[in-house]
Design a protein around this ligand. Structure first.
Ligand SMILES: [Zn+2]
Length: 405
């Protein structure tokens, strides 16, 4: 089919399409760039004299979902000085077999897409090529971290890369934006990283991890460490679960199974239970003093937590702390060893936990990032390599943030 010269095709602006053709599901476009006065790269003289034409085959982005090949009739000019030179063109860089448009679209897709295998298929190229493009893109565009921001949050996740089973995500604690991913979660790795880049760091948000705590204390100058308050809960819930399992064990086979199946009734917020769930809960709590005590302590801790969140904005740090002391006393009086253990952990991290209410930082955003990272990992071929997973996560977020504004 011969085409009207005036049609402008996205991605082919400034190019004239001479002919289109579809063969075996592949679109072939013959294209040429209009002849124009061009400057000789050797002597600077302007010329319009054509030396010759050569066909160059260039893979382009899919057109109406069909793989598309450009047959570019590439012109060479010749200068009176004798120099022959290729015309300037918006389509393809020198020595490339893919158009610029294709490279850009592929790059975007490699960053935002789920995995490399699907992307390679969409672009009718091999996975090896896709991986090579991705690595080039990463080395060209990944931001280099010089100095960490004033507030950082660290959280580990299971990346299962060649660098280690766990990786450590470092984010800007104020915005949640990912800053870096460390190859492993070793204390020494984090310590060295913070020594190098943590000159401006004042606040570090983390879960209750002793190695991270030590790394931050040793590398930084008197940092404010904030224990992520969502992790605090877990210790109290684990204690309740231990008690439930122990009590469950003493029940009849029927109730043992039922109690296990309905364990969420005990961990769920009391005010969110349905009438039926309240009945079940009360039935089991009435049967065991020990379980009832542990349950009440769980609820007492939760009440403290909720009150503290409300008090946070009104600067009642003293009241938050005094209330926590009251919880410790309640645990002591109960004689429940599991809750005593949880309370001891809370006490050990008390300063950092109270900091989370004073400074209102938490790891929620970072955990969200970590969940997204897990999704990337699950979907992806090629992320056994730590450097690639790191690049993918950071570039993906860089892209999202560039859209956000
Ligand atoms: Zn010349």
């Amino acid at each position: 089919m011969h085409m009207n010269h005036n049609i402008t095709i996205p991605g082919l602006q400034g190019v004239r399409v001479l002919h289109t053709d579809e063969r075996e599901g592949v679109v072939h476009l013959q294209v040429v760039v209009p002849r124009k006065r061009s400057r000789c790269p050797a002597c600077g003289v302007w010329t319009r004299r054509v030396h010759d034409y050569r066909w160059q085959r260039v893979q382009h982005t899919a057109w109406f979902e069909r793989p598309t090949v450009l047959h570019y009739r590439r012109r060479r000019y010749v200068c009176p000085c004798g120099k022959r030179f290729a015309e300037a063109n918006p389509l393809v860089d020198r020595y490339q077999r893919h158009s610029r448009e294709w490279n850009q679209a592929l790059g975007l897709r490699l960053v935002t897409g789920k995995n490399f295998t699907d992307t390679a298929r969409q672009f009718s190229t091999s996975v090896t090529t896709a991986l090579r493009r991705f690595d080039e893109l990463a080395s060209r565009t990944l931001p280099h971290v010089e100095q960490l921001p004033r507030v950082i949050a660290v959280d580990e996740y299971k990346g299962d890369t060649n660098a280690g089973k766990y990786q450590l995500l470092v984010a800007d604690g104020a915005t949640g934006r990912p800053v870096d991913i460390l190859p492993d979660r070793k204390k020494e790795t984090l310590k060295q990283y913070l020594q190098q880049k943590g000159g401006q760091v004042e606040v570090v948000v983390m879960d209750m991890s002793a190695p991270f705590h030590q790394a931050a204390r040793r590398a930084l100058n008197r940092p404010i460490i904030v224990a992520d308050r969502f992790h605090v809960h877990r210790h109290v819930y684990w204690a309740l679960e231990r008690v439930r399992r122990r009590v469950q064990h003493t029940l009849s086979s029927y109730h043992r199974k039922r109690c296990k199946r309905l364990k969420h009734v005990f961990t769920k917020k009391a005010e969110d239970l349905t009438a039926q769930q309240v009945k079940i809960r009360d039935q089991y709590l009435a049967g065991s003093e020990e379980l009832r005590t542990a349950y009440e302590l769980k609820e007492a801790f939760r009440a403290w937590f909720e009150r503290s969140k409300r008090r946070m904005t009104t600067g009642q740090a003293g009241a938050i702390r005094d209330d926590l002391y009251a919880f410790y006393r309640q645990v002591e009086a109960s004689g429940c060893p599991d809750m005593a253990q949880a309370a001891a952990t809370v006490r050990r991290w008390q300063t950092e936990i109270l900091n989370s209410f004073t400074f209102d930082y938490h790891n929620g955003t970072v955990e969200g990032l970590n969940n997204q990272t897990k999704v990337i990992k699950r979907n992806a071929f090629g992320f056994q390599r730590y450097d690639r997973l790191r690049a993918k996560v950071l570039l993906h977020h860089q892209y999202k943030w560039s859209l956000a504004g």
